[in-house]
Design a protein around this ligand. Structure first.
Ligand SMILES: [Zn+2]
Length: 338
């Protein structure tokens, strides 16, 4: 490990845009398949699954991995492996999407299936806190193209469980933006906010800046990807003035083909414009990356200096949903880093 890599590892940082299902490495997928399949996947087959070349191929692979998550033990295993990976990278806090929308749609005949699954996730989270000192929040993610009614079930479940489980910090909207925007979810977002849930949204990944405006109009507090914001000068000014955190995902955007190259990614432009940008890994197992590598890419591909990497880490803490006191403590620690 060279100097800059060691610096990145030591830097206290938060990961704010990470899908649990997207952290499942081929080896873990093989392990899950051995639990469930009469003819378990081989490692070579599992690896081949991750070699998609476009956004649709990515969604197909994601679906196949989700199908291997069945019981509470599967979710617990996936979450624990994820937490170990986070800890190795010097991540001190993570806010993780769980595709609750997928669980609900696929288990329509078994509405009680979710609570035991969530208990499995919580076991892994508490173990991570105890053994590795990492803090973790859950974001219940609905799939926008599954209909508003399906999203409502996800958000109502988050609201119902939150009082007993403060680790449920918010809700998110993922899925295929090309098939469904944000406007239809306005009322649901208002209700979720009233239940004390924080609002995140994927917008402007495969769609234009108008999708980001629409996401802001329904009250989204953080925008995932926001890749197309750069096409709209006034939107950039608005995002800056309101200090809306952007969850950027370099390798994800290059691998799904929505951004042609690392050099073409708007990270540098957004950063220099003064936007509250954060680096994230989205689905690291699918994209052959992780958050530490995303920081390294910011350095090698877009010339981010150590001071600027420190700023990105500080942004990740500021943009998190941690209590103010905890933010202050981490920001102080980051300030001390040379
Ligand atoms: Zn995402």
């Amino acid at each position: 490990m060279n100097d800059i890599e060691a610096f990145i590892r030591r830097l206290p940082k938060a990961e704010l845009h990470l899908h649990l299902e997207g952290t499942i490495l081929p080896a873990t997928l093989v392990e899950l398949s051995a639990r469930h399949d009469a003819q378990p996947l081989t490692l070579a087959e599992a690896e081949a699954l991750y070699r998609f070349t476009d956004f649709t191929g990515f969604l197909d692979a994601f679906r196949t991995v989700c199908k291997q998550l069945i019981g509470p033990e599967d979710y617990e295993l996936a979450a624990w492996r994820m937490i170990e990976q986070l800890s190795e990278q010097g991540i001190v806090h993570a806010e993780v999407f769980v595709a609750v929308g997928v669980i609900y749609l696929w288990r329509k005949d078994d509405p009680g299936a979710f609570e035991p699954i969530f208990a499995g996730l919580e076991r892994a989270r508490l173990r991570g806190e105890r053994e590795l000192g990492i803090s973790l929040y859950w974001i219940f993610d609905a799939v926008r193209h599954f209909t508003v009614e399906e999203a409502e079930r996800v958000f109502l479940k988050a609201a119902e469980l939150k009082p007993a489980h403060p680790s449920i910090i918010g809700i998110g909207l993922g899925g295929d933006e090309r098939r469904c925007g944000s406007a239809a979810f306005h009322t649901l977002f208002q209700e979720a906010a009233r239940a004390g849930l924080r609002l995140t949204n994927h917008a402007g990944e495969t769609t234009g800046p108008e999708a980001i405006r629409e996401a802001l109009a329904i009250g989204s507090e953080r925008i995932g990807h926001a890749l197309s914001a750069g096409h709209d000068f006034y939107l950039l000014q608005d995002l800056k003035e309101r200090e809306i955190p952007l969850e950027l995902n370099l390798t994800s955007n290059v691998r799904t083909g929505v951004c042609p190259s690392y050099a073409a990614h708007p990270l540098r432009k957004y950063f220099d414009t003064g936007l509250l940008v954060t680096l994230n890994s989205d689905d690291p197992a699918f994209f052959g990356s992780d958050l530490a590598n995303e920081y390294l890419l910011a350095h090698t591909e877009q010339g981010f200096t150590r001071a600027e990497l420190r700023q990105l880490a500080a942004n990740s803490i500021r943009a998190s949903f941690l209590p103010e006191l905890e933010k202050t403590e981490w920001l102080f620690r980051i300030d001390l880093m040379k």
